[in-house]
Design a protein around this ligand. Structure first.
Ligand code: ATP
Length: 236
């Protein structure tokens, strides 16, 4: 078993500075390891901290304590101590993020939006284009939309463009934040296939899936988040 991600004793408290400095303790000693080719699904009641943990793994939130080590270009790198420059490099080469929301870039065509992560990794344009077209076809994004900027696309079309963008590059680690939310059954099935293919090539995946059916199809194991808010009252 080759580990790709090691999370040790991560604590995270939100401090609401504009609300009298109220402290919201959310993560209390989160610890998990994820191997290459494995999909771990975050599990817990609403508000238990699933999104917080996923965002923390991507370096979006600072931690109070703990380590988040990722195997990056042959070496372990602690994301909690990484410089902004290292973080950018990790996100370009090692950790992919797929959510249901597309950050729309004005005037850039859907095809270019999807190709971009692979080109940033140093991929050939022709190969990136071939893969992007293949993914957009699989995700049922009509061909007449490919040359248009996705700003005017429907919510579901934008979501599928974003999924194609998230799966085009072969990231060693993938973080999936409800990528199937509000997709129809046919497109949900495509995303499940993409996840199986990513696992088969050795991606280590951490995801949140509210759809139980999808969860059962992709999860190798569940990681139960023991919410700190269950144990601690909100403190000032
Ligand atoms: N940026 C933030 N600032 C302050 N509090 C936050 C922030 N993000 C999340 N929280 C709080 O942290 C707690 C956990 O939220 P989080 O979104 O991680 O839960 P979740 O398990 O993903 O919930 P759901 O299943 O409903 O999406 C909640 O009480 C939420 O209010």
């Amino acid at each position: 078993m080759t580990l790709a991600l090691k999370v040790s004793d991560v604590h995270k408290t939100f401090v609401l500075h504009n609300q009298n400095g109220i402290r919201l303790p959310v993560l209390a000693g989160a610890s998990l390891s994820v191997a290459a080719g494995e999909c771990v699904v975050l599990h817990g009641r609403s508000g238990s901290g699933k999104s917080t943990l996923l965002r923390t793994l991507y370096g979006n939130y600072l931690t109070d304590t703990g380590r988040i080590e990722v195997m990056h270009q042959g070496q372990w790198l602690d994301m909690t101590q990484a410089s902004p420059r290292a973080l950018v490099n990790v996100r370009r080469q090692t950790i992919g993020w797929v959510s249901q929301f597309l950050r729309v870039i004005p005037r850039i065509s859907a095809l270019e939006v999807v190709m971009q992560p692979m080109i940033e990794q140093g991929g050939e344009r022709a190969e990136a284009r071939r893969r992007a077209e293949h993914l957009l076809t699989r995700l049922n994004v009509p061909e007449h939309l490919w040359q248009l900027a996705p700003a005017t696309f429907s919510g579901g079309e934008q979501q599928r463009v974003n999924i194609a963008r998230g799966f085009i590059a072969d990231y060693p680690v993938l973080l999936l934040d409800e990528p199937t939310a509000s997709l129809d059954a046919a497109n949900r099935a495509v995303v499940v296939e993409l996840i199986h293919e990513a696992k088969a090539r050795g991606a280590a995946i951490v995801g949140i899936f509210h759809d139980e059916d999808v969860r059962e199809q992709v999860a190798d194991r569940l990681y139960d988040i023991q919410s700190r808010a269950d144990a601690w009252p909100v403190m000032q």
